[in-house]
Write a protein that binds this ligand. Structure first.
Ligand code: ZN
Length: 310
């Protein structure tokens, strides 16, 4: 495992006035990764009553004219707390809520930001993914989080991205890039030119086991392209900010390549999927958190994808 220091970055804890539930934590910690770029780090865990679904990295960037939110958290409540954190820093309007992809821990806070000034931004594949998964996601959220999930709804994007799009926050330009099917079929990255900060969404997992919900081959190609970029700061979808770069990408690519290698060899030896999930990828088991929760699922995705290549 790598180790990082957040160093001299300011740590700001913000009182949340908008959450009524008595047992809800009253604040959401945010810190500045760079000037006017703020991140809240989610827990490195699966969603639970204990963490209230607060498991993804979310945050915002403040321009001269307005603010962009990048992912909104796993529930309406977290979105409301993020909104309160934003208001402790700036009163400018929130002009964009950008969703890096469809997964519930990144999008269910959207409802906290619905208003006349705010556009919701996502990959062109995001609306179909929301439509297909909305019901299952909401059922699962309620099952796991109970009352904490109340009010969480899907808010689909109003601005869609098929390749790249520039958004201007006022003397602050963000470049959004839509990627080929990788972690999911609708991944976006966001690059803030002023601070040279790259938000990767879940194209990059740090410490936590990466989850294949798209294409292992596509993801590796995307990682190769990302590794050629030279950002000053990196915000991953999960785990500490500013990981060693591009070594953090290499670690993730290594796991994905091990899966391909193990699954390919199992298929060549006539092993079934149920046999392969018991062995593939296990050499990486000590490198990643939550490995046993996700490796079998990843092997299954990989097996199915590679099965069609011959
Ligand atoms: Zn994800």
């Amino acid at each position: 495992m790598f180790r990082w220091a957040i160093g001299a970055l300011a740590l700001i804890t913000v009182a949340s006035r908008s959450v009524a539930a008595t047992d809800a934590p009253k604040n959401l910690s945010i810190h500045a990764v760079a000037a006017s770029v703020y991140v809240h780090l989610g827990a490195q865990a699966d969603a639970s009553l204990e963490n209230r679904g607060d498991i993804a990295n979310i945050g915002f960037i403040v321009g001269k004219r307005c603010i962009a939110v990048i992912d909104s958290g796993g529930t309406l409540q977290i979105g409301q707390q993020l909104s309160a954190a934003i208001r402790s820093v700036s009163q400018l309007p929130i002009c964009y809520v950008i969703n890096t992809h469809v997964h519930p821990d990144h999008v269910f806070g959207n409802a906290a930001f619905v208003g006349p000034d705010t556009e919701f931004v996502g990959h062109s594949h995001l609306p179909a993914a929301f439509a297909a998964r909305r019901e299952n996601y909401l059922n699962a959220l309620t099952r796991v989080l109970g009352d904490t999930a109340v009010g969480s709804v899907v808010v689909p994007p109003t601005i869609l991205i098929t390749d790249t799009l520039e958004l201007d926050l006022g003397e602050r330009k963000l470049t959004l890039t839509a990627w080929r099917t990788s972690h999911t079929d609708g991944d976006l990255t966001i690059f803030d030119a002023a601070s040279q900060t790259l938000w990767t969404g879940d194209l990059l997992f740090i410490e936590r086991t990466p989850v294949i919900d798209g294409s292992v081959r596509g993801w590796l190609t995307t990682l190769d392209e990302l590794s050629k970029q030279r950002p000053a700061h990196v915000v991953p979808g999960h785990g500490p900010v500013d990981p060693p770069w591009p070594q953090a990408i290499d670690a993730e690519a290594h796991y994905l390549n091990i899966l391909i290698s193990d699954v390919t060899s199992a298929q060549r030896n006539g092993r079934t999927l149920s046999q392969t999930v018991e062995t593939a990828g296990l050499s990486e088991r000590n490198q990643w958190l939550l490995f046993d929760n996700y490796n079998r699922r990843n092997v299954t995705a990989c097996y199915t994808e590679l099965e069609w290549e011959d």
